[in-house]
Design a protein around this ligand. Structure first.
Ligand code: C5P
Length: 219
């Protein structure tokens, strides 16, 4: 008999970076491979959930048995996520760009001899996790990630409150850890019930354990 504790549950997962256009050929983005988010979507599906993965631009195959929506910009990602509410579970793993260019150019910006570089006016992007965490149709379980380079617990705990999440998966992404773009992850789970440190695991193993944890939390 298969172990499918999430059968009958719906989940929305975000993954990858967002690309915020400067002009038709240039963009602003965070570093993100999408490996962790895609693995989580696949793991939730294996436990029986009906999963929608909203993915920014990544070089990964769409996971099997998951409905994938491809987006580029943060605003598109937010719209796609909200279009899939209500859901039982939301896991926001995407490395959403905090800012976008206020008015991106319709034509390629040309180098102007003697004029110096262009000045980009930035504006804040929507916080998708916070929007979902405080939404009237809030999923029963809202999970966020926190990539920190210092004060992992304090920053994770603050994020839990600010974003209305039930669980924050925090990791130390200091360059020396090699986590960014790598296969391994070492995370700390932060909830209102307390904290849990997981040993260094592959991103696939983090995804498996997190999906089991989510199933247990939903009861
Ligand atoms: O504030 P910070 O970017 O560190 O928060 C990380 C968490 O918030 C991640 O779960 C990320 O997917 C989510 N987030 C979001 N929309 C943003 C910024 C972050 O959903 N604009």
């Amino acid at each position: 008999p298969q172990h499918r504790p999430l059968a009958g549950r719906t989940a929305i997962v975000t993954s990858g970076p967002t690309h915020e256009p400067i002009d038709p050929v240039r963009y602003i983005a965070n570093r993100s491979s999408g490996k962790q988010g895609h693995a989580i979507a696949a793991a939730l599906a294996r436990l029986g959930a009906e999963v929608t993965l909203v993915s920014g631009p990544v070089a990964l195959r769409d996971p099997d048995c998951v409905h994938v929506v491809h987006v580029e910009r943060a605003e598109e990602m937010r719209d796609a996520v909200l279009a899939h509410l209500p859901a039982d579970i939301a896991v926001m793993v995407a490395a959403v760009a905090d800012w976008r260019v206020a008015s991106s150019a319709e034509q390629k910006i040309k180098k102007q001899p003697g004029e110096g570089p262009p000045v980009l006016q930035l504006t804040e992007n929507p916080d998708i996790l916070a929007t979902v965490g405080h939404h009237a149709n809030r999923p029963r379980l809202v999970v966020g990630f926190a990539a920190e380079t210092q004060n992992v617990s304090a920053n994770g705990r603050a994020k839990l409150e600010r974003k209305g999440a039930d669980l924050i998966v925090a990791n130390d992404v200091s360059p020396e850890t090699g986590i960014m773009g790598g296969e391994k992850n070492s995370v700390r789970l932060i909830s209102r019930q307390g904290e849990e440190n997981w040993p260094e695991l592959s991103k696939a193993e983090v995804a498996e354990r997190l999906a089991e944890k989510i199933a247990a939390m939903l009861g």
